[in-house]
Design a binder for this molecule. Structure first.
Ligand code: ADP
Length: 290
């Protein structure tokens, strides 16, 4: 079967109604995959395709979306299915027409994220490793957040950077002293989006918010908030309503640097260049408060 036939077959089977692709339109905005709107002239779906090696990434995205859907906390596209041919892999999701925020939209997004973060587990991690962007992200369950974050987030990224000859001064001293940042703070293990920046949140035609493209795991909810601020931040009303629902600890102001170091290193690993100086700046700031 061709990719197109497989997609038609899968949608028909999952929805119980025959589906034949009559139109497809390429969508921009993604970082990694080809995104399209496919339609039979009546029903539309969101289709991501890439080479066959991306099948596992699509499986992980579907898994994360399913876990978030189950919480009934914040809207995400309903996953329909994944599949592959000899050369291609694909992921099919509910298509959501993107619109603009209206009155109350940002507040809803803040409350929705807080509700998502109220979903907790007894361990930090996830049922399988996944990826952040296209970078492998280990998620071995651990009951200790500081150990989890040290080993599977920061050390992991420092190792990846080193494998490309990229280095950051003082990182070992930082890793040895991570406990300093958690002296009066006991993080809970919350269900996270995992890659929450403005490119992965949007509003539908009615202004209802939704988030997408997750790489979820259970971890400190401050990591989602921190990354939402990394590229300039969301609207103030988002943070205010999040805080109303689920107040943040005062130590967040310092820890957000620590948490964003993970993403900054990941960008350094992928793109090199200025992200190295930014990561070094973060490490220097953190070392100054140890
Ligand atoms: P990538 O995996 O390549 O980063 P994204 O998941 O970010 O791709 O999706 C690419 C773009 O498609 C997004 O920026 C967004 O504008 C749009 N989009 C994402 N999910 C949907 C959806 N379910 N329905 C409609 N548009 C979507």
């Amino acid at each position: 079967m061709s990719t197109e036939e497989q997609i038609e077959h899968l949608i028909s089977k999952k929805t119980g109604q025959p589906f034949n692709i009559a139109e497809s339109r390429l969508l921009g905005g993604g970082c990694i995959n080809n995104a399209q709107r496919i339609s039979d002239g009546n029903r539309s779906y969101f289709l991501k395709t890439n080479s066959r090696s991306f099948l596992e990434q699509f499986r992980q995205e579907k898994l994360a979306l399913e876990e978030i859907v189950e919480t009934h906390s914040i809207r995400v596209p309903q996953p329909i299915g994944i599949g592959s041919t000899d050369t291609e892999a694909f992921l099919i999701l509910e298509f959501i027409e993107i619109g603009r925020p209206s009155t109350g939209s940002w507040e809803l997004l803040g409350r929705g994220l807080a509700e998502l973060h109220k979903e907790t587990k007894a361990f930090f991690g996830w049922q399988s490793d996944n990826t952040i962007g296209s970078t492998p992200q280990p998620n071995r369950p651990n009951e200790n957040w500081v150990d989890f974050f040290r080993e599977q987030r920061l050390e992991h990224q420092f190792r990846l950077c080193r494998s490309k000859g990229l280095s950051i001064l003082g990182y070992d001293r930082l890793l040895d002293n991570l406990d300093t940042f958690f002296e009066n703070y006991q993080p809970h293990s919350s269900l996270l989006h995992g890659d929450l920046w403005s490119g992965n949140a949007a509003f539908d035609k009615n202004g209802e918010p939704f988030i997408f493209d997750p790489c979820s795991y259970y971890g400190d909810r401050e990591t989602d908030l921190a990354f939402s601020e990394f590229f300039g931040g969301f609207d103030r009303r988002f943070y205010d309503s999040y805080q109303e629902c689920l107040p943040l600890d005062s130590g967040y102001a310092v820890r957000k640097d620590l948490y964003n170091l993970y993403h900054c290193l990941n960008h350094y690993y992928i793109f090199g260049g200025g992200y190295g100086q930014q990561a070094q700046g973060i490490v220097n700031r953190l070392l100054a408060v140890i």
